[in-house]
Design a protein. Sequence first.
Length: 366
Amino acid sequence: MEEVLANRKIIHVDMDAFYASVEQMDNPELQGKPLAVGGGGKRGVVSAASYEARKFGVRSAMPGFTARKLCPDLIFVRPRFDRYQEISSQVRKIFFQYTDLVEPLSLDEAYLDVTENKKGNPSATLIAQEIRQQILDEVGLTASAGISINKFIAKVASDYNKPNGQKTVNPEEVIDFLEDLDVKKFYGVGKVTRAKMYQMGIYTGKDLKSKSEEFLTQHFGKSGGHYYRIVRGIHKSEVKPNRERKSLAAERTFSENISSEIYMLERLENIAEELQKRLKRSKVAGRTVTLKIKYSDFTLQTRSKTLPYFVNDATILLETAKELLYQDKMKNSVRLLGISLSNLNTGQDHKKEKEEVEIIQLRFDF
């Protein structure tokens, strides 16, 4: 391993069952009970599950009706994203007390580079303990953490002693830790890749390490080179505090399949309004509008259009989505519609355009 890598001290902090834990904290009657945030109907999807629910096999992204079968006493609550954002902001303020090198991955997790930190503490392990305790004392929620020499290992380690625990992988322990790890624990190895690796006799990091870079590239494409490096503890990605958002989206899964275009337009109007809220909350605009359509047979179709200007207004989003909807005949009845906006003005090159868009929106309001 390169000396520079061994000298980094990276922490990955991951809130425990974040959405569900917030709901249990705000409503004491839900504490200790199996809880799912999301929809419990036949079209609903679990966004998050409490640890009490996970004991029954309930997981995020699981259909609501499946979750109910696994856990008949499961309690469903509607998500409150404004509240989750509020709590997330409180947690991030704690992070910045220790370092300015904070890279949020989502509302409930972030990387911190504490190689040089505001507390002058040389121990990343002790810093992680302090942060977790401070989150518990000030916010009322538990968090888990992984500590190591790079982002990849810290991410894997944070899942090791969940919930409310942490795992440190010191520089001299990295190789043994990775070799003993089941490949399904490697961050970025999904179900399909895991099954393919198992078929090849690759079950652990040690098995993976035995394969040449040429072999891995041949069977896994560009990802093969990535697997070759990470199993050797090599991951050069820095903690980036100004991580740019690539896109913003809003979508809805319907309780009943929709075949009428009139009903679809009504739903798209609501989706466009929700997307506008998210765009203005994030203070961004974009040029590429994408309409997402999932049919009743679960086939997925996307249609996109790039505009000559940046937008974040619901009216323009809706009109563009309508145009995309009429672009081609519907193949079947529809179970989900979504609108996303990409090609955002988050880069330095687009700073001027972003300012102009905000001025235009203010004029529209008046």
